[in-house]
Design a binder for this molecule. Structure first.
Ligand code: CDP
Ligand code: MG
Length: 817
């Protein structure tokens, strides 16, 4: 289990110089009396000083000088001494400052430098958490470069299943999840001297969780220093959470940014919105109508949407010209007009001064669709004039790096990004920002126990952040693609993630960290989640067998908490190992935790769907289709035709590669944890058995289950919580006339206007009986009773018979025992 977690102790023990306690004392006492011998110095001089002298050499080089100059020009530099004093005098401080002022790259370095200065370089251990992988990686790389070192020397990083750190690493950038994982095995963070929690203003679930744990830890580790960093100015909230911890603000410097809202964008660029533009954007009138209906529905249902609607209705467009007024009245708040974005980009590329453009989109799908559209454009798709890049949390790291590079002269860089480019990464040469005003936000409907993923309006704070990205290097421009009145209706801040997502993984972690009662623990959060959300999560963990009736962690639960994937995927991996069909199961789990490798280009959707359907054959399973596609790709790779294969089958090479590497890491994890035995041939003995794979998928995904009723012309699908549900059109089960299975297990359901299921697999009654749920819950009786509840609900009399005879048979068996 160790290699995937944070546990290797190079960081927590001062491995380079042996005993921590003695090291400093030795140095202090011995140094004056050691004769000036280079050889002696090499042997005895602690690493802290070796690091320092290396730094000096670097700083004297031209490149080093330039870097130093740059670092000194950052706003954080002026505050360096004040910050270090505040850190030494207080256990907790809150630091805020404009994005780009040097919080993430500089402050951890100041601490490291001052520790080295104070001859504590060998014993200090600074951990700086980042909410996202890409920032942990890019920031550590940047900081190592600023220090003239290779990554993995004094500065390293660690993200899920990947990392770069060495014996001498003293400053580690990691994702928040990694630090939580380390707390699993090292509750007191032994040896860690400073914890820096970055981007706390985002109010991510992991960060809010970590803050509760750290708040409890502080009294046990009085010498530990905690630094909270935030981009926006809600520092008081955090300060009061930590009993009035002092706050330090880094006054920032950004250039002025000229702001355009939709009304002046239309004036300026001469673009006219008409309903037909909307139809163009989405291809079909049908979609337009559907959106209109959904809009009307949502207007009734959702307060936020209606705020925007009200704002629009109340808007006073007197100041706009007649033409813009007409145009604005066609603006559809539910869709981002890709044509409008294209138009604005053309305007900038043709008419504006040089400088990179950063476009904020809602998510990966939108980015891909827009990228395809722009690539077909005569100007924007011309690689001699435009460098078009995407930036998204789950992209490969080699790709991520490209967005930081400067393009050749005369080439305009356009980066299509999600909201991750708001605060956590800084692209230096951005002068223009185009903001669609939305972000895909997960929310959670606790009443129906259904997660929702909808593009929602961003907050005013986020809009301000997006705007700010344009004024990094010179005066900039920001194009908000929505009217000013809509902006004014935005909420001030986004709702914390803890209050809007399912809490299963979190609850599992609370249990494995032995933090006591889940609900009591969560009541100590900055803002506590609703009791119903907590109850749902606990119930889920009981159903899958991770917790027993008294909310104690079971053996399965303990194993699950060690695997860096969602509980259901972890359960699938464990079952895959137990039932010796590991290869295909690892592919399924890797696919579900990276993203779908099947591409669905907007204009070739039919072709792409039928390519995917080929992989399913008669298996009625998106998961098995993924396994077949991956296996086909591996064969093609061996024959040097991987790319051709992907091209022909609408598969993403990048995603398949990511799946490949994740699979390898899963395997190491399972092997280390003893779940896969040494004779690794065994673990694939049944990998060809489609039924067994189906069973293991069912074991993992239960209670994600819906009943299938084949009617003459349609198929009705129902879940217990939502009633009738639909399949996403790219599911292999969506286009078939009949599904010859009574049940589908699914990975995810998402409420858009109806509830849609993503990725499903057909299962039979007997598989459901044997693999659905948790046999140990309330004994066999309890298990069967729960399944019986399902059967009753769906009124499956034949299955009820099977159930009764199975129950009888099992009782008989138990009696005989
Ligand atoms: O954390 P904060 O937003 O305050 O700033 P930062 O990430 O520490 O970045 C400080 C400065 O370093 C930025 O203004 C960038 O100019 C530069 N930087 C860079 O050149 N390359 C990076 N990968 C990260 C930062
Ligand atoms: Mg930062």
């Amino acid at each position: 289990m160790r290699s995937g977690s944070f546990s290797d102790n190079s960081l927590s023990s001062a491995s380079s110089v042996g005993n921590v306690d003695n090291d400093e004392g030795f140095y202090k006492q011995q140094e004056p009396s050691i004769p000036n011998s280079a050889a002696m110095e090499k042997i005895f001089r602690p690493k802290s000083l070796q690091l320092r002298s290396k730094q000096q050499i670097w700083q004297e080089s031209t490149e080093g000088q330039k870097m130093l100059e740059f670092r000194r020009s950052l706003p954080a530099f002026k505050e360096k001494d004040a910050l270090l004093t505040a850190i030494s005098e207080n256990q907790v401080i809150v630091v805020s400052g404009e994005t780009g002022c040097g919080k993430t790259t500089q402050l951890p370095q100041y601490i490291l430098e001052s520790e080295i200065e104070a001859a504590r370089g060998a014993v200090c251990s600074i951990i700086c958490t980042q909410p996202r992988r890409i920032s942990a990686m890019s920031v550590s790389e940047r900081v190592a470069a600023e220090r003239g070192e290779k990554l993995g020397e004094s500065v390293g990083y660690k993200v899920r299943l990947e990392g770069m750190k060495g014996r001498d690493t003293r400053l580690l950038f990691c994702t928040t999840g990694i630090l939580l994982r380390r707390l699993l095995i090292d509750r007191n963070l032994k040896g860690v001297t400073h914890v820096i929690v970055d981007e706390i203003h985002e109010r991510g679930m992991n960060e809010d969780f970590l803050l509760i744990v750290l708040k409890d830890l502080l009294p046990r580790r009085p010498e530990l220093r905690l630094i909270l960093m935030s981009a926006t100015l809600n520092a008081e909230l955090f300060s009061s959470y930590f009993g009035g911890a002092p706050t330090r603000h880094i006054p920032g410097f950004t250039y002025p940014v000229r702001t355009h809202f939709l009304e002046n964008i239309l004036e300026m660029t001469g673009y006219r919105l008409t309903p037909y533009n909307q139809i163009d954007d989405y291809g079909q009138e049908k979609v337009w109508k559907m959106q209109k209906q959904a809009q009307a529905l949502r207007k009734r249902k959702s307060q936020i949407a209606s705020t925007v609607e009200d704002a629009l209705e109340a808007a006073d467009f007197k100041e706009c010209s007649i033409r813009t007024q007409e145009s604005l009245s066609c603006w559809n708040p539910d869709s981002i007009g890709f044509n409008l974005i294209e138009h604005v980009l053309c305007h900038i590329v043709r008419k504006e001064r040089p400088g990179a453009i950063l476009v904020f989109m809602t998510g990966w799908d939108d980015i891909n669709t827009l990228k395809d559209q722009l690539q077909a454009h005569p100007l924007l798709g011309d690689p001699g004039r435009v460098l078009l890049l995407a930036c998204h949390g789950s992209m490969a790291s080699s790709e991520q790096r490209l967005i930081f590079d400067k393009p050749e002269d005369g080439v305009r860089k356009i980066v299509l990004a999600t909201n991750m480019a708001e605060t956590s990464i800084t692209i230096n040469d951005v002068v223009f920002v185009v903001d669609c005003g939305k972000a895909k936000e997960t929310s959670y409907d606790a009443l129906n126990n259904t997660p929702c993923l909808l593009p929602t309006w961003i907050s005013k704070a986020a809009a301000r952040q997006r705007r700010g990205r344009a004024g990094r290097v010179q005066p900039g421009e920001c194009y908000h693609l929505y009217p000013r009145c809509v902006h004014d209706a935005f909420a001030d801040y986004q709702l914390p993630e803890l209050l809007r997502t399912p809490l299963q993984s979190l609850c599992l972690q609370i249990k494995s960290l032995q933090l006591g009662s889940i609900s009591q623990f969560l009541s100590r959060a900055l803002q506590s989640p609703e009791p119903l959300s907590v109850q749902n999560a606990v119930e889920y963990l009981k159903v899958i067998g991770a917790l027993d009736e008294n909310e104690n962690l079971t053996l399965l639960g303990r194993n699950l908490s060690m695997l860096p994937v969602e509980p259901k995927l972890g359960k699938m991996l464990i079952f895959g190992a137990i039932f010796n069909c590991l290869d295909p199961i690892m592919t399924v789990v890797a696919g579900l935790s990276v993203r779908d490798p099947f591409l669905m280009p907007f204009d070739k959707k039919d072709l792409a769907e039928s390519a995917k359907a080929q992989f399913s054959g008669r298996e009625y399973s998106d998961h098995l289709a993924l396994v077949r596609a991956y296996e086909g790709w591996k064969v093609a790779e061996r024959q040097q035709s991987g790319y051709e294969y992907c091209w022909k089958n609408f598969l993403s090479v990048q995603t398949l590669k990511a799946i490949d590497s994740l699979r390898k890491q899963f395997f190491c994890l399972l092997k280390d944890s003893g779940l896969v035995d040494h004779n690794t041939d065994n673990c694939n003995r049944w990998s060809h058995d489609e039924h067994l794979i189906r069973a293991v998928i069912c074991a993992g995904l239960f209670p994600g289950i819906c009943s299938v009723v084949n009617k003459e012309k349609s198929i009705t699908l129902k879940t217990m919580e939502d009633g009738q549900v639909l399949l996403y059109s790219n599911s292999v089960n969506a286009a078939v006339p009949k599904i010859p299975y009574p049940w589908l297990v699914f990975n995810e359901k998402v409420k858009v206007n109806s509830v849609f299921l993503r990725d499903s697999t057909g299962v039979s009654d007997s598989l459901l009986l044997l693999f659905g749920g948790n046999i140990s819950r309330g004994g066999l009786d309890g298990h069967l009773k729960m399944l019986g509840g399902y059967l009753e609900f769906f009124m499956k009399p034949a299955l009820a018979d099977t159930y009764i005879s199975l129950k009888r048979g099992l009782e008989e068996l138990i009696r005989m025992k």
